[in-house]
Each structure stands twice: as structure tokens, then as C-alpha cells.
Design a protein around this ligand. Structure first.
Ligand code: PMP
Length: 425
């Protein structure tokens, strides 16, 4: 069955492909050696993704010579834009001192100190190579600490390549004893979480599921219930730690037992971390009776440690993160106005500098509100925006970087207006 936008989307694909012969050629080449033509599935979109030639500041240029303003910000990992000077200098200086030490060094202490200082709920931290790994470690740590197996997660949440609770994620799901509940369902908290639960894993704002912010009563209810039944509350702040110097938890005032981090915090280098209460983290400290070991060849690699220490001490201060938050709120409001004035079912949700444009009538306060999403219209709007030099995720996701200015935001709003007009005329 074809819907109202199928023909327009097919035409948009043709236009896109005609302008990008080199990207197409490289896509065919990539496909022969990497299934699907990439090694990070989320970067793929029909008819084929443009291939990046270079990036600088707020701009990305593809191999066919098209330039885009980068509103995707590497799915939030690129918070500092494409050439953050102090991070680059720190990485170069670190490499001048050699790499692959196979030994402990000082930058990892500096980076860990910066993390611990910033998040009051994190007494101690350990580094990993990705957010996925950080979440897997936190879950095992919670199981070990409580002696229980059951993990409560939110339906359709994304916590990493092996921790995707959307439909279709089952094949790669790590084999834990998971129970799903609905995000922001306050009544479900008491009925789902009992004294067989080791941990509740939740994002203060569901990111990949559509930038849906947790309500204060939901977070408070989770905190209270975890205390009642002796379960650990884990906040996945891989995306949301950008919401303030102390993360989304500082904004809500609800503090978890463990926090996982990732993405931008190491200045754009390969990164993940998990940390929290000293008594829980003691599991990794033989002197405090800890019996867990935590391996990882690259956990303290010199590039990430130097980049993280520099990013946190020189760039990611509270004022910068608060300004980014405010710019995001303003952009989302303006997107909301354009959407509301359109006859199309379009709205935006999010928190601070992270947001998603949806193809449903809003408001979106739970994943259930996205049931009526029109995926064809969503992809069509994405292509219309690309055509106007705006890069965002095909799923409508936007993550602002510090390289994005008010002028760029004006350009985004104008491009969205034009795109919606083009779709309706
Ligand atoms: N948690 C959240 C909330 C994420 O958004 C992501 C990445 N999109 C992850 C975990 C996984 O992080 P990584 O891609 O570094 O494994």
C-alpha cells in the first residue's frame, strides 16, 4: 500500500542520488567488504548515505562537494564541534610522550578527578571504551552488589548495541533477566520494581527513543522505590550529562547510585565510564574486599585520557553547558512554532540541546505517543532539510554542538519552514 508521501520520497531519493555519484560509487565499494556498507548501522539511510570528506567547526563536506551545517553533532558525541583546539593540543602532546604504555599514567587520574568532582553521586569511576560497555559493566556490578539478577528497563530504550529494547533489538540483546516498563509511568514503578530487582537502568531523557524527558514525579518515584526494595538506580547519562556541569541529575535533583557516561565527555574520543557510590565501586578494590576485575586494553589509552582531561578542564565548564542548553530550548520552541503552524502532523520534543522532530501531533511525553509516527513523512522531511544544507539524523534527531550559533539556528528554522512548505504544496 502506498501512502500520501511515497511518490515524493521516491523523487527525493532520485534527486539526492543524482547529486551524489561519488558517494554512490563508494557505497557500492563499501558494501562488498562491510555488510550494509558501514560499520555503524545508525549512519545508514536510503538511498545511501553521503560519504564525508572533511569537517570543520560546524560544517561537514561530502565527497561530492556538498556542504552541510552539522546539527547532528555525531549523535551527541560531537558536542565540541569539529576542531576543538585544546583537545587537539592535549592529544598531540600526549602522543609526543608515546602511546600504548600498557601501564598506568597521570592523565587518567586527572580525567577521573574531573568526573568525580563534577557529579556528586559519583565517588569513584572506571573508564571503558564505549557507553555500551559502561552500561554492561554497571549492570553486572549491580547484580554482583545485590546478589540479584533482575534488571528493570524502559520499553524501547537504547543503552547500546547490546542493550536495545526497541522492537527488532532482541537478536543482539545481552542475555540478562530484563523486565520492561513504560517510561514515565509512575503507577508502574511500584508494580514492576520489587525486592528481586538488582537495578533499574533509565535515562533522565530517553535519547534514541525520541528525546522524551523524564517527569520529576517519575524520577522521584524510581528513587524512592529503589531505596524501599534495595535495588540500585542507574542513570544512563551517556547523552544527558551535557545538560549541566553535573548532568541531568543536577537539574532534577534526583541522584542515582550509579551513573554511566559516554559520547562527548572525552572531547570526541572513544569513551565510556561508569561510576557511583564508593561502597558499590569497592567491588573493584581488592583492599576493600573487592573481587571483581575489570579489563580493557584501551580503558586508559593515552589519547582518550588526555582528551577527556583537557575537554573537562578547558572547555566543558558549567557556563558553556548552560548556554548550550538555553540555545537548545530556544531552537526547540521555534521548531515547535513552525510545526504547529503547519498542517502536517509534526512536533518536537527534547531537553536542552538534544531534540527530535517527530511526525505525530504532539505533545510527546511517552514512547506510546509515537505510535502513530509517519516514517515516510519523517524521511521526506529529513531529505528536504539535507537538500537545504542541514544535516540531522534521519530519525529527526538533533544534537547541538558549541560550534552552532544563533545564525545557524535561524537557518535551521528557515529550512524547516521551507521543507514543510515544500511537502504540502
Ligand atoms: N546509552 C545511550 C543513552 C546512548 O545514547 C548510547 C549511544 N547512542 C549508548 C548508551 C551507547 O554508547 P556507545 O555508542 O558509546 O556504545
Amino acid at each position: 500500500m502506498t501512502g500520501p508521501y511515497d511518490d515524493r520520497l521516491a523523487a527525493a531519493h532520485d534527486r539526492y542520488a543524482a547529486k551524489r555519484p561519488r558517494s554512490r560509487e563508494l557505497f557500492e565499494r563499501a558494501r562488498t567488504v562491510m555488510p550494509g556498507g558501514s560499520t555503524r548501522s545508525v549512519l545508514d539511510f536510503p538511498p545511501f548515505p553521503f560519504r564525508v570528506a572533511s569537517a570543520a567547526g560546524s560544517r561537514i563536506t561530502d565527497v561530492d562537494g556538498h556542504e552541510y551545517v552539522d546539527f547532528l553533532g555525531d549523535y551527541s558525541a560531537g558536542l565540541l564541534g569539529h576542531d576543538p583546539g585544546p583537545v587537539e593540543s592535549a592529544v598531540k602532546a600526549a602522543l609526543d610522550r608515546g602511546w600504548s604504555y600498557g601501564g598506568v599514567h597521570t592523565d587518567e587520574i586527572r580525567f577521573a578527578e574531573a568526573v568525580v568532582e563534577r557529579f556528586p553521586s559519583i565517588d569513584q569511576v572506571r573508564f571503558t571504551n564505549s557507553g555500551t560497555e559502561a552500561n554492561l559493566m554497571a549492570l553486572q556490578l549491580a547484580r554482583h552488589h545485590t546478589g540479584r539478577d533482575r534488571i528493570v528497563v524502559m520499553d524501547v530504550a537504547y543503552h547500546g548495541g547490546l542493550l536495545y529494547f526497541g522492537h527488532g533489538g532482541e537478536a543482539l540483546l545481552a542475555p540478562f533477566d530484563f523486565t520492561r516498563m513504560t517510561f514515565n509511568d509512575v503507577d508502574g514503578v511500584a508494580t514492576t520494581i520489587d525486592d528481586t530487582v538488582a537495578a533499574v537502568l533509565v535515562e533522565p531523557m530517553m535519547g534514541a527513543a525520541g528525546c522524551i524527558e523524564a517527569t520529576p514525579p517519575f524520577l522521584t518515584a524510581l528513587r524512592r522505590r529503589c531505596d524501599e526494595v534495595g535495588a540500585l538506580l542507574i542513570f544512563d547519562e551517556v547523552m544527558t550529562s551535557r545538560m549541566s556541569a553535573g548532568g541531568a541529575q543536577a537539574r532534577s535533583g534526583v541522584h542515582p547510585d550509579l551513573t554511566t557516561l559516554g559520547k562527548y565527555l572525552a572531547g570526541g574520543m572513544t569513551f565510556g565510564a561508569f561510576g557511583g557510590r564508593a561502597d558499590v565501586m569497592a567491588a573493584f578494590d581488592p583492599e576493600r574486599g573487592g573481587t571483581m576485575t575489570h579489563g580493557g586494553t584501551f580503558n586508559n589509552n593515552v589519547v582518550t585520557m588526555a582528551a577527556g582531561a583537557a575537554a573537562m578542564s578547558e572547555l566543558l565548564d558549567g557556563a558553556t553547558l548552560d548556554a548550550l542548553f538555553a540555545r537548545g530550548v530556544s531552537l526547540r520552541e521555534r521548531i515547535g512554532e513552525v510545526a504547529a503552524a503547519s498542517e502536517l502532523p509534526v512536533c518536537a520534543s527534547g531537553m536542552g540541546s538534544l531534540m527530535t522532530i517527530h511526525t505525530v501531533d504532539g505533545p510527546v511525553t511517552s514512547p506510546n505517543d509515537l505510535a502513530g509516527t509517519d516514517p515516510v513523512l519523517k524521511e521526506l522531511i529529513f531529505h528536504e532539510l539535507l537538500d537545504r544544507g542541514i544535516y540531522l539524523a534521519a530519525r529527526g534527531y538533533v544534537a547541538l554542538s558549541t560550534a552552532i550559533t544563533d545564525d545557524h539556528c535561524d537557518r535551521f528554522v528557515d529550512a524547516l519552514q521551507d521543507s514543510l512548505d515544500a511537502v504540502t504544496t
